[in-house]
Design a protein around this ligand. Structure first.
Ligand SMILES: Nc1nc2c(ncn2[C@@H]2O[C@H](COP(=O)(O)OP(=O)(O)OP(=O)(O)O)[C@@H](O)[C@H]2O)c(=O)[nH]1
Ligand SMILES: [Mg+2]
Length: 653
């Protein structure tokens, strides 16, 4: 069994066609018109032809009044097609198939498909004299494996052009085998043969029978000589391979008078009559080479589409990664002034509230405040005075204004990035996110137009153009009422800056955890209580977010693993490490503060990220993720089908 005609091949081609169309849609591929044309060709030309019952299509073609219709009628043994002395009688194709196919569904449809129409039956011969879609005739004498096509000429002119070229072109396009009829007047007409040659070799080379309508006075040698010229004009030096037979048709007046059918006589090496030769052609054998070449072309194109789709998908992934990176940095900017002191103060309150009663009593009598306080007072000097003085310098409304400015600035920045034709990123060279993106930008530069530069400050500047699949989501974002969005975000900033029940619960949990780690009369425990009074001021605004471990940095290093999908996001909370604190004390302070800072920052960063996604990036990210997901599925389907296709080509010749 020829694997080309295997059901699995039809399935694979069908899947390939559907997946390519989906990808063109999903990824808004620039070659979408090409995908459409290819898909149409695969559906109309390839798939029906791979079905076992599909007949061989033999198209009779030639110049005006060459005798095409007379030959057609002769082969059918019935005068169906109109004939006459005036050139250009037939204005549309006539398709004749075996009457058996009346009951085979899909055959007539597939035969008409190259013409882009549904099958219509021929009712009267004069229908063929007006331009229109092809007509269909069922003929009992035709074998089921053969469809005969009578075609309009391609050389009668009207208004400086050829009146039937397009129709003739479609007919030739639909043909598996050609019967070219010519006369002494036009056998060497290069315009005609060039036209056919172009059609015949466009997708897979098709073979021909040559019928020479010549005067009886012509010798067979002359017939063969002229037919040889036609063959060479059609196929060049491969004519011997592609010309299946040469016939002569006599110029008999009884034929012209319609009293006799045409007499078609084999010439030279050709031995079999034309109808017999046509019937003997095994459709699969004849079509195998053609179908294999159509199949090969289709696979090669699909391979190109697959590559284009993969590159496009990679571009989309890169853009989304760029957008997420931009969003991360904007979220961090938005948190520039959010006060952490309130959080530490609250932690401290919870701590004190949960003190056992004897400790509360000791605190009232002042017996707890010893060494740690002296230590912490020194620390307070480092941050510029007592904790209260520091807080007084930053009245609440000033903090609120700073918070507002940060949020608006960061939100504007992110929105601009999200609606711009390209994302512009400035990243520190050591940043692992920068390194990853940089590599991808370099790899995809040719396909995406993304660029990479190093700025004069030594930063990595990346430009990533938006992916066309996100154009609609971007338009939607542009048309949003941005002022209203900003107002809404500002209205909610209170909630962002203050404690929520979720954070409160987290702080209570942390207090419990810390307590569990200490024995009742632990010195550390007392130190903690005292420290808690002073930390709020130091921790107010003094933290920095880092991607990558801030090695050797002074202060408390807090790892915020998993936030934004980054495993290496750190917050560095500046603590007066240089203020004479002993290493052991700093360690204690770190043990206390790190979890609080972590809880707080995680909470805030997540909240702002959510807010930005709701107002700015959400639709782009979501649409992008869905598209990536769907594209991955279709790309997989294409790759699998192509694998099958490759195996078919390896196992056939
Ligand atoms: N004497 C003679 N006349 C023929 C022969 N074959 C065709 N004719 C005549 O040539 C004229 C054109 O024949 P058609 O069969 O209509 O030619 P066609 O190629 O179909 O022409 P269009 O459809 O107009 O392009 C008619 O008058 C035919 O009778 C033949 O073998 N001998
Ligand atoms: Mg005709």
């Amino acid at each position: 069994m020829d694997p080309l005609y295997d059901d699995r091949t039809i399935d694979a081609v069908t899947r390939l066609k559907d997946a390519a169309a989906s990808l063109a849609d999903l990824l808004v591929l620039p070659s979408r018109p090409a995908v459409d044309a290819w898909q149409k060709a695969v559906a109309g030309r390839l798939i029906p032809r791979l079905r076992p019952e599909f007949p061989l299509v033999a198209a009779i073609c030639g110049g005006g009044s060459a005798g095409k219709s007379t030959l057609f009628n002769t082969l059918l043994d019935r005068a169906i097609s109109p004939t006459g002395g005036r050139a250009g009688i037939n204005r549309r194709p006539l398709i004749a198939i075996s009457a058996q196919h009346r009951s085979t569904p899909g055959i007539a449809e597939a035969l008409c498909d190259p013409f882009g129409c549904d099958p219509q039956p021929l009712e009267a011969a004069d229908q063929l004299a007006v331009p229109g879609d092809p007509l269909l005739h069922y003929e009992a004498t035709l074998p089921p494996g053969l469809a005969l096509l009578d075609t309009p000429d391609f050389d009668t002119g009207a208004g400086g052009g050829y009146q039937n070229r397009e129709m003739a072109e479609q007919s030739l396009d639909a043909a598996d085998v050609l019967i070219y009829i010519f006369t002494n007047a036009n056998y060497n007409n290069r315009d005609n043969t060039d036209f056919i040659a172009r059609m015949l070799t466009a997708v897979g080379t098709r073979n021909s029978f040559l019928v020479y309508r010549a005067y009886p006075a012509f010798s067979d040698g002359e017939i063969l000589d002229h037919a040889g010229t036609v063959g060479r004009n059609l196929y060049g030096d491969r004519a011997g391979q592609h010309v299946l037979g040469v016939y002569r048709a006599g110029e008999d007046n009884r034929v012209a008078a319609g009293e006799q059918p045409m007499r078609i006589v084999p010439v030279g090496d050709t031995r079999t009559g034309l109808m017999a030769a046509l019937s003997q052609l095994d459709p699969r054998q004849v079509k195998h080479a053609l179908h294999r070449s159509i199949f090969e072309d289709a696979m090669a194109q699909a391979e190109d589409f697959l590559q284009e789709s993969s590159a496009s998908k990679a571009h989309l992934a890169l853009y989304l990664e760029g957008l997420r990176t931009a969003q991360r940095s904007c979220v961090q900017d938005a948190l520039g002034h959010l006060p952490m002191d309130a959080v530490v103060r609250r932690f401290s309150e919870i701590w004190r509230d949960t003190d056992p009663s004897h400790v509360k009593l000791m605190r009232q009598t002042g017996r707890v405040v010893e060494t740690p306080v002296r230590l912490l007072l020194r620390a307070a000097k480092w941050i510029g005075g007592s904790s209260d003085a520091k807080r007084d310098k930053r009245p609440d409304n000033e903090v609120a204004a700073a918070m507002e400015a940060d949020l608006v600035h960061a939100a504007n920045q992110l929105r601009k990035t999200a609606v711009d034709p390209a994302i512009g990123l400035h990243l520190a060279p050591g940043d692992p996110a920068a390194d990853g993106l940089r590599k991808t930008v370099r790899r995809l530069a040719a396909d995406t137009g993304a660029t990479e530069q190093t700025t004069s400050e030594g930063q990595v500047a990346l430009q990533i153009p938006v992916h066309p699949a996100l154009a609609a989501a971007q338009d939607k974002l542009r048309s949003r009422d941005w002022r209203a969005d900003v107002d809404d975000m500002l209205a909610r900033r209170e909630a962002l800056g203050s404690l929520t029940s979720q954070l409160e619960a987290e702080l209570r949990r942390l207090v419990g955890e810390q307590r569990a780690r200490m024995t009742t009369f632990d010195q550390i425990r007392q130190t903690f209580a005292a420290m808690l009074n002073i930390i709020p001021a130091t921790a107010a605004v003094t933290y920095v977010l880092h991607t990558g471990d801030p090695v050797g940095a002074a202060g408390i290093k807090v790892k915020l693993a998993g936030l934004f999908g980054l495993n290496d996001l750190y917050a560095l909370v500046a603590i007066p490490a240089t203020a004479g604190m002993k290493k052991a004390d700093l360690k204690q302070l770190e043990a206390l503060l790190a979890p609080v800072a972590r809880a707080w920052l995680t909470h805030k960063l997540t909240a702002i990220e959510r807010l930005f996604e709701e107002k700015i990036t959400g639709q782009l990210l979501e649409r992008g993720a869905q598209t990536l997901d769907a594209a991955a599925g279709q790309i997989h389907a294409m790759a699998q089908s192509l694998d099958h296709g490759r195996r078919v080509l390896e196992n056939t010749t």
